[in-house]
Design a protein around this ligand. Structure first.
Ligand SMILES: O=C(O)CCC(=O)C(=O)O
Ligand SMILES: [Fe+2]
Length: 790
């Protein structure tokens, strides 16, 4: 058969192209591993060896092995990507070189976006008469890709074409990867190890190792990289604080070593920043970059689905009762399902447990608004048309489109030019729809379990028989979201403002009404001016003692210096004679005073425990205030992550989800700016403003009813004691108890539970879709440093 002749020619030609891979790969990966160390070593083995060296305290060896395991994993990822691209390109190139023009249909199918599945489906549906569904589809004249292939001429030869194509790709990939990886390195890696890497645990070990080796810059970078993906890891938070205070550690050490995998988030945040400062041309550019990078990351993730070892669902694996065709179908559907799930993976920030819904369409929404505001009407129209591919009948988008066309006026040339949506979005949406059709077909006919990651999926993609349950599911999701929104409006914190104020001399200056909100209060006279001076002096003394109080640039704005002192640090400084014992004790006692006042005023139902206390000073950096547009502390909610566009507040890390009541006790007013303000959920509409002053206490419930921020401090130093309380004993502040133990004062009792425990894997309460790793982490013996606190 002619097929075999071509097949042989293609194989030889593929190999000759692949022979030049090894140099290509080592250059492309940016790693010298393959060229200098021979084939890539298995990263799981390197990791195990590194961890073993760690526990033997062989620090040099541990550092080398752990670094190698990270580099090897990365090189493997790049190699797979490279092999994927080259095998695809080589296939297309060779077929056209061979002049296989009579294979027009064949080429069309194998290189179309759903080529793999189409190939498999042609294998399966070669016996079309057995498929009732396919048959009825044909009768009803509905297009169905499964049936299209069989419909073409060629009958059973298609089976062989498809198998031929699958084999060639498989062989090309195997040859390409095999050239650069040792045979052991080709074996699949255990889920535990994958989990270790996905949670960035190698960096946890590395930070200790580098600390032991006195390589502090590297230790700080490793600590920061780990912390980005584990924001509720208390020990690492403390370590980072310690690194910040160490000699020889500069600010630029705190870099995320995995940033290139999260570049779309960095761009996303900088686009939001440009928007916040109304720099529309910059915002439009940044949003375009974010969209491009999101598409790139999605592609990368999809390639990974094809190139990494495949697992079938547990009940459909090697031991299942499925025959060859069903197995092939399940494999191909698993691949498509994996590729679809990339939407969720890319939309998940590191360290978060839920993905951002409608991630790509949200970016397009921002982009067209930024383009419009920047005066690029044509661009705005094009982006809006791209957005309409997701939600074609969205009334806001349609009326915006109308507005944009009116603004463009009679400029017919531009109107013509921007009529079409962006090509990459067209391809993205149509590919996704084709995949969904196949997946829903598999769900309907082959009992394949598919969870659609998108909210925008149009109803006609879903087969009739599944529509009812699909609609019900969607309805349930929408109801849940609405209920959550309603609950947030109501403030279910269990606090009820308006109780008595049990301290002589303390007055209620502003209540809920004056502050236009719920569970908010301003009290005056909580401290005397002498006490304010004492605490301000303590701040200065701690700063000059150089411990626990060295000013760094603010985490919120580069235009201010930010200094923080906890009760425990103050107690330790007092012990070392660096500050007055009585001043440190006053700091502690003020916390008790605030707790008593707010517990009573908010009629708190249960005990109120300290969650965190720190004395914070924000100092304007002289000469760096010109034309400032930012805030000292951007608008936020204390116990959840506010999403101003939707008004939703995500109760998940890195927010301090267990904080229930917030308090700020102000110490001075001799600075410019720095007012506290409350806003609506849009983070824009200011509802109330409070000027700080000595002895003024602001208290409010920490949830979504109280978004707030701090105006820029443009001159001088603003100091305040910030406190948060929790109703859960489990989450009480153990550091405070340590300080009390130093003084021999009775505290809240001893707790041993960290923030990380108990909430790291808590469900988000949104949809059940976006929780990868949850299953994996369940009951698995995770390797941990055990010594991760310095
Ligand atoms: O300092 C203030 O007025 C408020 C600070 C604040 O909101 C916070 O630290 O979460
Ligand atoms: Fe706050």
């Amino acid at each position: 058969m002619a097929l075999d002749v071509h097949r042989f020619a293609v194989y030889v030609a593929l190999h000759s192209i692949i022979l030049s891979f090894s140099t290509l790969i080592s250059t492309a990966s940016g790693s010298s591993l393959t060229s200098t160390l021979g084939p890539l070593q298995p990263y799981d083995l390197l990791y195990y060896s590194g961890v073993r060296a760690y526990f033997k305290q062989e620090w040099d060896k541990a550092a080398e092995l752990l670094e190698k395991s990270l580099a090897s994993k990365e090189a493997m990822r790049r190699l797979r990507r490279q092999c994927h691209d080259d095998c695809l390109a080589a296939g297309t190139d060779i077929l056209s070189k061979l002049g296989i023009t009579s294979l027009r249909h064949y080429i069309y199918y194998i290189f179309s976006p759903v080529s793999f599945l189409t190939a498999i489906s042609s294998l399966l549906m070669g016996r079309r008469k057995k498929s009732y569904t396919c048959y009825t589809y044909m009768l009803s004249n509905q297009p169905n890709p499964w049936c299209m292939v069989v419909d073409s001429e060629g009958g059973s030869v298609w089976d062989l074409w498809a198998l031929d194509w699958v084999q060639k790709r498989a062989e090309c990939v195997r040859f390409c990867v095999g050239r650069s990886v040792s045979p052991v390195g080709l074996l699949p890696v255990s889920m535990d190890i994958e989990y270790e890497f996905s949670t960035r645990n190698p960096y946890n070990f590395l930070q200790v190792v580098y600390y032991k080796l006195d390589k502090l810059q590297k230790a700080a970078a490793a600590a920061h990289t780990f912390f980005v993906a584990n924001p509720s890891h208390l020990e690492m938070r403390n370590n980072i604080e310690k690194y910040r205070r160490m000699q020889g550690v500069t600010e630029d050490a705190f870099q995320d070593r995995e940033l290139d995998k999260e570049m779309h988030w960095a761009l996303y945040d900088s686009a939001l920043l440009s928007e916040a400062s109304s720099d529309w041309p910059m915002a439009a550019r940044k949003w375009r970059e974010t969209v491009n990078e999101t598409l790139r990351q999605t592609e990368d993730c999809r390639v990974h689905c094809q190139m990494s070892p495949q697992c079938l669902p547990e009940d459909r694996g090697v031991d299942s009762a499925d025959g060859a065709f069903e197995k092939a179908a399940v494999l191909s559907l698993s691949l498509l399902s994996c590729q679809q799930s990339c939407v969720t993976q890319v939309a998940m920030r590191p360290g978060r447990i839920s993905a951002q819904e409608d991630f790509l369409s949200t970016q397009l929404e921002h982009q067209h608004i930024a383009q419009f505001k920047a005066g690029d009407i044509g661009g705005a129209i094009q982006t809006l048309r791209s957005l309409l591919l997701f939600y074609p009948s969205d009334t806001d988008s349609l009326s915006n489109l109308q507005l944009y066309y009116e603004t463009l006026g009679g400029d017919t040339e531009s109107q013509e030019k921007y009529k079409q949506p962006a090509q990459e979005i067209v391809s993205y949406v149509s590919r996704s729809l084709q995949e969904k059709k196949l997946l829903y077909f598999g769900k309907e006919n082959l009992a394949f379990d598919f969870i659609d990651p998108d909210l925008w999926t149009p109803e006609d993609v879903v087969p009739e028989s599944l529509r009812e349950s699909w609609r019900a599911e969607k309805e349930k999701l929408n109801k849940k979201v609405k209920e959550e929104e309603k609950e947030e409006e109501m403030d279910d914190s269990g606090f009820y403002a308006g109780g008595p104020v049990p301290q002589v001399g303390v007055t209620i200056t502003m209540d809920d009404e004056a502050l236009s909100g719920t569970n908010r209060v301003v009290l005056d006279g909580v401290m005397t001016s002498k006490e304010c001076d004492t605490i301000l002096q303590l701040a200065t003394a701690a700063a000059s003692a150089g411990d626990g109080y060295r000013g760094r640039r603010s985490p919120h704005t580069p235009h201010e210096k930010f200094e923080g002192l906890t009760v425990l640090k103050a107690a330790k400084l007092a012990q070392d004679g660096m500050v007055n014992q009585s001043d440190a004790k006053l700091l502690h006692e003020l916390g008790e005073r605030v707790r008593t006042l707010l517990h009573s005023y908010f009629r708190s139902p249960a005990g109120l425990f300290f969650s965190f206390t720190h004395l914070v000073c924000r100092t304007a950096i002289t000469g760096d205030q010109e034309g400032r547009l930012d805030l000292s502390h951007p608008v936020h909610v204390d116990n959840c992550l506010l999403e101003p566009e939707t008004g939703h507040c995500w109760k998940e890390p890195p927010a301090f989800t267990h904080r229930d009541l917030s308090a700020v006790l102000y110490l001075n007013d001799n600075f410019d700016g720095g007012d506290l303000f409350f806003t609506n959920r849009d983070a824009k509409t200011v509802k109330a403003q409070v000027r700080p002053g000595c002895g003024r206490l602001v208290g409010f419930s920490s949830g979504p009813v109280n978004p707030h921020g701090v105006m820029a401090v443009t001159a001088g130093r603003r100091c305040a004691l910030a406190l948060w309380f929790t109703k859960e004993k489990l989450h009480r502040d153990v550091e405070r108890e340590e300080a009390e133990a130093l003084w021999g004062v009775g505290g809240q009792g001893v707790a041993s539970t960290t923030e990380a425990e108990g909430k790291g894997n808590s469900p988000s309460g949104r949809s059940g879709r976006s929780k990868p790793n949850k299953e994996r982490s369940k009951g698995r013996g995770r390797v941990t440093g055990g010594k991760d606190e310095l």
